[in-house]
Design a protein around this ligand. Structure first.
Ligand code: FE2
Ligand code: FE2
Length: 349
């Protein structure tokens, strides 16, 4: 099981080789230097200073030739969130902040390679769509953090690939792929998009409506770029202050996208109102039934279900049956005929 190392200094390559060569066949290359061909690697480990523009440019180029390696672990020694987001935008599937213990690195690698061994065609299609989706979402977050323009077309294009993957290979392949290869907010946005697409397909939505739905899903949590990771990824209960901060994300997302010509009024509405409930108990505007559009109602159910079944390293993943029971218990807040229609998506597809 070969592993390829890409680093910006010779000493980083040497250090990683010492750790990895006990268990793996290792190839390596120096960023901006004469490279070694990586051959058929199962995983690539990247360690480079992402503050250096030349490293970013070189990584973009290097990843062109590593397109066939689907597991990409980035080791970065810069804590600020921007660098993590940048790593995902470059195509990382896992980002580990250094110092990383040898045990943790080897465990991540073994985990990645094991899941890679369960390969079949449906999962391969889902993996490619998930990678494109994760890169688009990470680029979007990076743009929000740096004040650069958001690549709306790129995000919609990635949403379209996800829709094709779901239509072709089904929801289960999508859930399995996204939950085993992506994490945090990227995992969540990818799951919501896939679930919303499958829900839309099961409801027989027209193609333009399906496009609106997956676009809204791709953008729905963009406001989370403004929330500190320590709160977003906090294991366990949030306190009242943290909860209040999290609840600012729909309005924050709306502000980020408002005025962008490529964002339609429906997407803006979905970003702002995907946490509203029919009984008026949601946020940020405490809307009630008549003011909540169909697309938002579909998105809200997909969003809640996704949050329930997400993979988190610190707790077991909730079975789909149990998650659907929670959705079913939310009658009054969610539309009853949609809850009934969602049963097939939640349990069978
Ligand atoms: Fe949200
Ligand atoms: Fe969400």
């Amino acid at each position: 099981m070969p592993v390829h190392v890409v680093a910006d200094t010779v000493s980083k390559i040497s250090d990683l080789r010492v750790t990895l060569e006990r268990q793996y066949e290792v190839t390596s290359e120096l960023l901006c230097g004469a490279g070694t061909r990586c051959g058929d690697s199962d995983a690539v480990i990247v360690t480079a200073d992402l503050r250096v523009v030349e490293n970013i440019v070189a990584l973009k180029e290097t990843f062109g030739k590593l397109a066939h390696v689907r597991k990409r672990i980035f080791l970065i020694d810069q804590k600020p969130r921007l660098f993590t987001v940048q790593a995902y935008a470059l195509g990382a599937t896992r980002v580990l902040i250094t110092p990383v213990t040898q045990v943790r690195l080897l465990a991540q690698l073994a985990d990645n390679i094991r899941s890679e061994a369960n390969s079949n065609e449906a999962l391969d299609g889902a993996r490619e769509a998930a990678m494109a989706g994760a890169v688009a979402i990470a680029s979007m977050f990076s743009a929000v953090l740096t004040g650069k323009p958001i690549d709306v077309r790129g995000a919609k294009g990635a949403g379209s690939r996800i829709a094709d993957s779901i239509a072709e290979d089904g929801l289960s392949s999508w859930l399995e792929t996204v939950r085993s290869h992506h994490e945090g907010t990227y995992q969540h946005c990818l799951l919501v998009t896939g679930i919303a697409v499958d829900f839309g397909l099961s409801l027989g939505l027209t193609k333009p409506d399906l496009e609106r739905l997956y676009s809204a899903a791709m953008f729905h949590d963009i406001g989370k770029a403004k929330i500190p990771l320590a709160i977003l990824d906090k294991p366990g209960q949030l306190d009242a202050g943290e909860r209040a901060l999290i609840e600012t994300h729909p309005a924050a997302g709306y502000e980020v996208l408002r005025g962008n010509d490529a964002i339609s009024a429906e997407i803006l509405d979905a970003v702002r109102h995907h946490h509203e409930y029919l009984d008026g108990s949601g946020y940020p505007d405490a809307l009630c039934a008549a003011s909540i559009s169909d697309i938002v109602r579909i998105l809200t159910i997909s969003d809640i279900f996704s949050a329930l079944i997400e993979y988190r390293p610190y707790k077991p993943t909730m079975p789909r049956e149990q998650a659907y029971e929670i959705i079913r218990s939310m009658q009054g807040k969610l539309e009853k005929p949609l809850i009934v229609a969602f049963r097939d998506v939640a349990l069978n597809r």
